[in-house]
Design a binder for this molecule. Structure first.
Ligand code: SF4
Length: 90
């Protein structure tokens, strides 16, 4: 079983050590899983078939997280910078 950063809300939002906030919109995610291949320390599929955010999220760098978000076919990954501004989807 994957180790979620926050068991109470596996899809986030989760604050990374770099100040970014990462969230998976579980209503949008279709479990297609390219995010888990692009950023395996950040995303894994939950029991509900949607991507969750792992306890190792801060081990992935910003570019890796952004590339994972870009790889999502339904733009379910939402990233905010340290000021709370949405930087993805653009
Ligand atoms: S790539 Fe998108 S749809 Fe696929 S599991 Fe990740 S968040 Fe969900």
């Amino acid at each position: 079983m994957p180790q979620w950063k926050d068991d109470a809300k596996p899809h986030g939002p989760i604050k990374m050590n770099n100040g970014w906030t990462v969230e998976v919109d579980a209503n949008v995610c279709i479990g297609a899983a390219p995010c888990t291949a692009m950023a395996p320390k950040t995303f894994a599929l939950n029991d509900d078939g949607k991507a969750g955010i792992l306890t190792t999220v801060s081990e992935d760098d910003k570019e890796t997280i952004l590339n994972a978000a870009r790889s999502c076919p339904v733009a379910a990954i939402i990233i905010k910078d340290e000021t709370g501004k949405v930087i993805f989807p653009e």
